[in-house]
Ligand binder design. Sequence first.
Ligand SMILES: [Zn+2]
Length: 437
Amino acid sequence: MCLVVCFLSNGCGGNKLESLKQQEKELSHTLDSLNSLFTKADEELNNIPVISKATVEAGDGLFQVLVRMGIPELERRQIVLALQDSVEFSGMRVGQEFYVAQNPNADPGKQVKAFRYAANPATIHLIFRDDQTGDFSYQLVNKPLTRRHSIFQGNLEAGSTLNKMLFQVGIPGRMVGVVSGVLQCKVAFQQAQPGDRFRILLEETFYQDSIWISGKVLYAEFEGRTLGHHEAFRYDDGDPKSSYNAHYTENGEALVFDGLRYPLDRLHITSTFGNRIHPITGQRRAHQGVDYGSPRGAPVYAVAEGVVVTSGYDQYSGNKIAVRHRDNSTSWYLHLDSRGVSKGITVNARQMIGKVGNTGRSTGPHLHFGFTNAKGKWINPLSKTMIATPKLQGERLAKLQKQVGEVRNHLQLAEAETPQLANDSMDVKVKMRFLEP
Ligand SMILES: [Zn+2]
């Protein structure tokens, strides 16, 4: 700190300016928006800001970054207040850069002159302190983006995973999880077969034509030999914050983005749903679920968000947990070694709720996983792929159907331009891109 102060007060404007210009040069590609500040500094050499930079590390929140930049507590709070309504900091990613311009000669609590956060190379959040009032004002800089639509399609191959196939047809790494999530809303991939076909329409935005900024899955299609034909369309409600922005069927039935997650890390079915001879009683009876073989102690996860309606023990089920979901279906997890959640609490999809065990009437460590529908009837858990949510209706349904029409036009246009896309032969694997007209 002393070094900075000495340097700033040595009175030789030329050196200060040189150094400032050097600093500016080094940072110029990311600091264009701070130019006004530098110009001002030229005039008032006593108020030269010191620019420092911090990079987001794993586990960081805004607060940690501000602490690392050496910003005092009072000003940390001012910055958070100035940004919190405009910036979604839950989207912070490792490697993102923050810049702060501080004037160590200013009064305590007023030393931060400007603060800059680039959510991506084209979306920059800035705050500047007004020297008169001492308050921060917020400014959003959106640089122009190019928008591109791309179609990807392929066939599932034996021995490959869905994610691998999505990578293989060229879907960008950051979109693979999203695409696979949309497909899994509609399709129980445990039952997918080699040769089953998928087709994806993405809308992506790029900065300077090459830097990937964002992507949306406008359309996902699956054609399975046994699973049948499924389509999902992205509905845009017009407001980016609308909770209706999601994927739907053509008729407006919502598909929950998360779909159902797996209850275990490794799935090895040892007994399926339906009639069987019970391994302990020897009687023929319906098996109301699926058994997954698993080592004792392996984590058991909730397959979707919901409320724990049962967390207890009985001599048949052993330690058992039941989670009721939004559509009033309930997932059941039996024979647990230990239970990690109690009745009444809300759990997220994929939250760990217990550990695999061998409690109750059980011949070895395994998870018995069951599902009851809204009426309490046992259903085959493998046939349940999503938690249903209400349908779009009225104006929203009309808007969705207009958007469905646009997607179909895109697909037709692409097929007309690229004949092999229309060809349904099993080994077609094409990707194509076309620019927004
Ligand atoms: Zn069982």
